[in-house]
Design a protein around this ligand. Structure first.
Ligand SMILES: *[C@@H]1O[C@H](CO)[C@@H](O)[C@H](O)[C@H]1NC(C)=O
Ligand SMILES: *[C@@H]1O[C@H](CO)[C@@H](O)[C@H](O)[C@H]1NC(C)=O
Ligand SMILES: *[C@@H]1O[C@H](CO)[C@@H](O)[C@H](O)[C@H]1NC(C)=O
Length: 633
């Protein structure tokens, strides 16, 4: 560099050069956009006219998504879990823990999730049992197992025994993830015997419940709110939490208080309250409370949801599930068991206090729930699971909270950092993200541990696809309309069949599905379906897209970025009670990803075409299917 500044001439030249570069950059960008939009390098060519109609929907992953087959395989077994556990079933926690953990000292089996899942899916008889005193007979008000009202459109049905509560917590609008959570609950749980409480943060938004009721994403569940399956609850951090009688007396603090200040009765203040100290209070009527300080109420913790689960379970009992828990099996046997206090291990950490509370179950108003809530409050409203867990361990109370291994609720957690032993799971996931992916062979060796016979393949493409066989008479484009109509008819017929059947049940006192009635109606179903096909044939053929690539072309699997595959829910961590998605709140499932396979299984169930894993049909109100994600078009 020279020691003199640039001359006027030099500066002018510099300016001109920069302007030129900017112009060049501008024209090249515009040019690229132009070429991209018009497919021509001539600056005078106009934007190619968009096809006037794209009746078949836009392209998804390179193909017409309406023609994309749902699967590559035949003989999908939706009812893979067999009959639902009897309403009185208990789970033997000792068996479940030992089978998946080994001994408490050695933890021999902790890292072998494959074996744990194999045990869970194949040995129900070993860890489920009917107790001598049946819960369904414990109260005279319970209906009999056989006589309990089945669920219907407007009625959730009756439970022969105690109803279990399922809690979750949410802030903000109802997203796809809320939908996935709720539908998985409806798809797997024993609905007459379960209720779902969705706790909505109302400290931050006092209108949270009203907002949710109006939320477009939540509209599809309003009939289930009406039926009583789902309750929206406003979560406000309570300033006082009741304790079961006698808990203060058990507290060491109480004794030191008495020794230093004498009887509690004498200390009752004008408000009728006596403070024992450290947030404990006894009222004149003898009721006992945890009282939060003003400071605690002002500076509520960031991790409110950590606290919600403990407080809510202490007050109501049941099970708490984080919204990113995807239920896969009926939880009732785990929840019906007396002293159903459990959580999950923090990955494969060996410390007996290292809990994860994404799934947490506690008996309401119990000594343990009181202790845990009080502990978290005392630690400054810190309810981090590993903090609370280690506290319980130090206090010698950790044994009261059963620790289940990750195989039950989060089967791939052991894959990371700490290494697993034995085989990978089915499917073999090495990463929480892959469940969202649907591109070709994106999950390396996902079937490496699958020993079953491969499901028979359908032929895709060519003239003998499933789609085409239904449609030999007309234009391909009409396929989907026809199929839709066909299913609409079939669903309508099935509903009629049920209605008639119900009539018959009341008349004759039968409870089982009457095969004769079904037989009798079968020709009608077939006739209606044939009629629907004919009607579809008469419909005007749909216009092809002007550019010839929309709709008018056969589906070609080679061109599909998200091709159908042989994934089915039957092979999704079979044996596990849930799959933990681990956050990833803004992701959406690509077509034909595992989550998409789950969505379609659920959509089929709510449409009345498929069963749930227990072979049951949906008896409830209409539930709108999942939306498509345009980002994968
Ligand atoms: C549960 O399993 C344990 C360990 O196998 C066994 O000792 C116990 O008797 C079982 N309990 C019941 C109620 O079957
Ligand atoms: C727990 O105790 C509180 C206060 O005593 C009571 O309101 C509530 O109904 C109890 N919950 C259950 C499930 O027993
Ligand atoms: C799915 O396909 C893979 C090969 O592509 C195969 O190894 C596996 O066994 C199949 N699984 C099922 C359930 O058919």
């Amino acid at each position: 560099m020279s020691d003199r500044g640039p001359s006027k001439l030099q500066r002018c030249g510099l300016l001109l050069r920069n302007l030129f570069i900017a112009l060049l950059a501008y024209t090249s960008v515009v040019g690229v956009v132009h070429v991209y939009r018009t497919g021509s390098i001539s600056p005078f060519s106009k934007t190619a006219p968009k096809p006037a109609v794209i009746p078949e929907g836009s392209l998804s992953g390179g193909v017409n998504w309406r023609l994309r087959p749902e699967t590559l395989v035949r003989d999908i077994n939706d009812a893979y879990l067999g009959e639902r556990p009897h309403v009185d079933t208990y789970a033997n926690y000792t068996r479940l823990i030992e089978a998946c953990r080994g001994s408490a000292a050695q933890l021999e089996r902790m890292r072998n999730v494959y074996n744990c899942l194999a045990y869970l899916s194949g040995n129900e008889k070993d860890y489920y049992y009917l107790p001598d005193q049946l819960p369904s007979k414990s109260l005279p008000t319970y209906p009999s197992v056989e006589g309990a009202l089945k669920p219907s459109r407007k009625n959730v049905g009756e439970c022969a025994g105690p109803v279990q509560l399922y809690h979750t917590y949410w802030t903000g609008p109802s997203t796809w993830r809320v939908e996935l959570f709720v539908k998985s609950y409806l798809y797997t749980q024993n609905l007459p015997c379960s209720r779902l409480y969705i706790w909505l943060d109302s400290d931050g938004n006092p209108n949270a419940v009203e907002d949710m009721m109006k939320d477009p994403g939540f509209q599809r569940f309003l009939p289930l709110v009406a039926r009583g399956d789902i309750t929206l609850k406003a979560w406000k951090f309570p300033s006082r939490i009741p304790l079961p009688k006698g808990s203060i007396e058990q507290d060491p603090l109480y004794k030191s208080y008495l020794s230093s200040r004498g009887a509690i009765d004498e200390k009752i203040n004008a408000k009728g309250e006596a403070y024992i100290g450290d947030g404990l209070m006894v009222q004149k009527d003898g009721s006992e409370w945890i009282v939060l300080t003003e400071r605690q109420m002002t500076f509520l913790p960031v991790a409110v949801s950590d606290a919600v689960r403990f407080v809510v379970l202490h007050l109501y009992g049941g099970v708490y599930l984080d919204m990113d828990i995807l239920l896969l099996r009926d939880m009732r046997p785990l929840l019906l068991t007396p002293d159903h206090n459990f959580a999950e291990r923090w990955a494969v950490h060996s410390h007996p206090g290292d809990f994860n509370t994404a799934v947490l179950s506690l008996n309401a108003n119990s000594s343990l729930s009181s202790y845990l809530v009080r502990g978290g409050v005392r630690m400054g409203l810190n309810f981090h699971p590993r903090i609370v867990g280690r506290m319980a361990w130090k206090d010698g109370r950790v044994e009261e909270l059963a620790m289940f291994e990750t195989g039950l609720f989060d089967p791939i957690w052991g894959e990371f950092n700490w290494g697993r032993e034995g085989r990978c799971t089915v499917p073999c996931f090495k990463d929480y993200g892959v469940a969202f992916l649907g591109t070709r062979e994106v999950i390396k060796d996902e079937w490496q541990s699958y020993d079953g016979t491969p499901l028979p393949l359908k032929t895709i493409g060519g003239s003998n696809t499933e789609l085409k066989r239904r449609d030999t008479t007309t234009n391909d484009n009409d396929n989907d309309h026809k199929i839709e109509l066909y299913y609409e008819q079939k669903t309508a017929m099935r509903r009629r069949l049920q209605r008639r059947n119900n009539l018959k049940i009341t008349a004759s006192g039968q409870t089982e599905l009457d095969d004769e009635v079904a037989e009798e109606l079968l020709p009608e179903v077939n006739a209606a379906a044939a009629e629907a096909q004919k009607a579809a044939t008469r419909r005007k053929p749909v216009a092809k897209g002007a550019d010839g690539t929309y709709g008018g072309r056969d589906y070609r699997i080679e061109e599909d970025k998200y091709p159908p595959n042989n994934r089915t829910l039957e092979n999704f961590f079979r044996g596990a009670f849930s799959y933990h998605i681990h956050n990833q709140w803004t992701k959406h499932p690509q077509p034909n990803s595992w989550f998409d396979v789950i969505q379609r299984a659920q959509d089929g169930f709510f449409r009345g075409e498929r069963t749930n894993p227990y072979g049951e049909r949906w008896e409830g109100p209409e539930v709108k299917p999942y939306d498509r994600w345009p980002e994968f078009d």
